[in-house]
Unconditional design. Structure first.
Length: 642
């Protein structure tokens, strides 16, 4: 790794071959207390000695500290004595508490006895003491491309070094942070599973009394050995519990799998933390796994943090004219938040707004800052062949499953030692019987109804989570024993029936309740069947219909008039009949004509337009609400039409 800093003869571009090169991995960051505490409403400044102490502690641990402050200029062209805050001794003190940070530098040392008289006369700090600062503007001690302009403390040769002094009591000191890097993987490949790619404005943190957990779920692109996870904390002395779960392909929440690792670590300072797992875990190619984090503050509250940035709407509201804003992308199934006793998908913006009590109007959100670090492994993956939806507890209730290996195994692959295990509670539903002659086979037998995970572990290759299920039998058909319907007789009809399940087997009557409805009058009568609550074998309900048809109709009278005929029928309205259908034809004709009239309008129908001197044959039937006809009446012959 080589240094890159400002040179006044350089164009500040990065060589293309270096664009994606990485030398070190961030292991931990330490968010320190600032020596300057400012109430921006009252503009009141307070010196915080704890901040100074923490910075010194980092320097003594061989960690430089970056810090922000309000500089006269953030360009490397300033001459000593030009500005309001920096003296000709290259000693800087911002005495105006209303200033804001516009530049970031690196603290590399300190001098408690640095004399306050070295600062600008009339604006000197209240006491001695200053930080030795290395600016990013290069040095005359160096050659291109790291040679900077004539800025900073001079060495014995009169060369400007780029260093200066910054008072302990500068009123704009802010965001001090130290970084620690992991050099263990320099020159070697590693995988980083992460979702949070949004450039953030802030990591917002909160703590609540009720249990909160955060989780990211990843799908491995290749086989890998998961060795480390990361988190970010926003409160001092936070205890972080990390759990790793291996998940099935279809998981319900981040804990719906096998817990394979649990670590508990306390962090004195807030910041980014890379954590070694208790035992590295092999993740299969294409396998889902989750990292679940619980953060607990010294007060016993549950902490959580989430990245935010101002979106396009915020830039409109606040009048920024840069034309640049930030949009975050959280896909479904990537991040989850546990709150109110449930896991919620963090991609749900309305739910996120409600749970976090923060408006989505001005902010973009990103996934939780939780990552997984792993070493690539040869791609040997495991899959299960066979029916994992086991037969019902009654009847054919066994299935033989086989473990298959795929990937870079080669012809000389030796079958590893294999173990089969049920998740907690699974033994109440299933029995596993490994094949003594073939270790890659197991027989699964169901004992009850339900779902459980089976964990299959091949030594040196990994563990997969396989969902097993036994569903309750459901009602699929009901047979009502009626040939052609039931004729209305004023009584309640209760025909016999038989209920079948989805295995085409008869369900005994002891497993369900039933009742008849609308089974007296004409129309569709109902049988409602419901499996009894808590039944261990069956589930579901069904409604079936059978018809009650009208009685045979009766013609009371048939009279003729001038070109017309009046048909009167015996009323069946009380039986549920909704209309009557009348068929008629001239005597000797083969073709019937028909008309109908509603039962509620009376019991007679006048048929007009008939031929004078002709006799007509007439018959009538009653019609129920389901359009089922009763039997037609006897055919009656009219007198001659006048």
């Amino acid at each position: 790794m080589r240094d890159y800093c400002y040179d006044d003869k350089d164009d500040w571009s990065l060589p293309e071959e270096m664009r994606f090169r990485q030398s070190y991995v961030l292991k931990e960051s330490f968010i320190l207390d600032s020596p300057a505490q400012v109430n921006y409403e009252t503009e009141e400044y307070t010196y915080n000695p704890e901040g100074t102490s923490q910075i010194k502690e980092m320097l003594m641990s061989k960690r430089a500290v970056q810090i922000g402050f309000c500089a006269d200029t953030f360009n490397p062209s300033q001459e000593p004595g030009d500005g309001k805050y920096i003296s000709r001794n290259w000693a800087h003190y911002t005495y105006d508490a209303t200033g804001y940070a516009n530049h970031a530098v690196t603290i590399v040392g300190w001098d408690d006895n640095y004399d306050k008289s070295n600062f600008i006369e009339g604006h000197q700090p209240p006491a001695n003491g200053a930080w030795l600062i290395k600016n990013s503007w290069g040095s005359q001690e160096r050659s291109f491309p790291d040679r900077g302009p004539g800025w900073g403390i001079e060495n014995s040769k009169g060369q400007h070094t780029g260093y200066f002094w910054l008072s302990y009591y500068d009123k704009t000191l802010c965001t001090p942070e130290a970084l620690d890097f992991d050099k263990s993987n320099v020159g070697s490949a590693y995988n980083l599973d992460e979702h949070d790619f949004m450039p953030v404005d802030d990591i917002s943190g909160a703590s609540v009394p009720d249990k909160i957990r955060m989780s990211n779920v990843f799908e491995a692109d290749e086989c890998e050995l998961l060795e480390q996870v990361s988190c970010e904390t926003t409160f001092a002395n936070t205890k972080v519990i990390n759990e790793v779960y291996l998940l099935p392909d279809e998981f319900s929440d981040p804990t719906d799998g096998k817990l394979v690792d649990r670590t508990e670590t306390a962090f004195r300072l807030g910041g980014f933390h890379k954590i070694d797992l208790a035992s590295p875990d092999i993740i299969q190619k294409g396998q889902h796994y989750s990292i679940v984090q619980t953060q607990i503050t010294p007060e016993g509250e549950y902490a959580f943090n989430f990245p935010i940035a101002m979106n396009k709407e915020a830039y409109k509201v606040y009048g920024f004219d840069s034309g640049i804003w930030v949009e975050g992308v959280i896909n479904k199934g990537e991040s989850f938040l546990y709150a109110d006793g449930h896991w919620f998908d963090y991609s749900d913006s309305k739910l996120r707004e409600k749970l976090l009590d923060i408006s989505n109007l001005l902010f973009s959100f990103d996934n939780f800052p939780i990552k997984g670090y792993s070493t690539p492994l040869p791609n040997i993956s495991m899959r299960i062949s066979g029916d994992t939806e086991i037969g019902h507890a009654e009847g054919d209730n066994s299935s033989t499953l086989k473990l298959l290996f795929a990937g870079d195994s080669g012809d000389d692959f030796d079958t590893p030692e294999i173990s089969w295990e049920l998740a907690e509670g699974g033994s109440d539903i299933f029995t596993l019987t490994p094949d003594p002659k073939e270790p890659t086979k197991v027989t699964v037998t169901s004992k009850g109804i339900g779902r459980a995970l089976m964990y299959v572990t091949a030594e040196g290759i990994g563990t997969i989570a396989v969902p097993l299920s036994v569903e309750k039998k459901t009602i699929s058909a009901v047979s009502v024993f009626i040939d052609d319907g039931i004729v209305y007789d004023g009584k309640a009809h209760k025909p016999k029936f038989e209920v079948e399940d989805d295995m085409e087997e008869i369900i005994p009557a002891s497993h369900y309740t039933y009742k008849y409805r609308k089974n007296v009058k004409c129309g569709d009568a109902e049988i409602i069947i419901k499996i009894k609550p808590g039944d261990p074998v069956y589930s579901g309900s069904e409604k079936v219909y059978f018809s009650i048809i009208p009685k045979k109709s009766v013609i009371r009278s048939l009279s003729t008039g001038s070109g017309k005929m009046t048909v009167k029928v015996k009323s069946q309205k009380a039986s549920g009949v909704v209309k009557y259908k009348v068929k008629y034809r001239a005597k000797g004709s083969k073709k019937w004509s028909s008309k109908s009239f509603k039962a509620k309008s009376g019991t007679k129908l006048v048929i007009k337009g008939l031929r004078k001197g002709r006799r007509y044959q007439v018959k009538v039937c009653a019609v129920a609400s389901n359009d089922q006809n009763g039997e037609y009446s006897k055919t009656v012959v009219s007198g001659k039409v006048k």
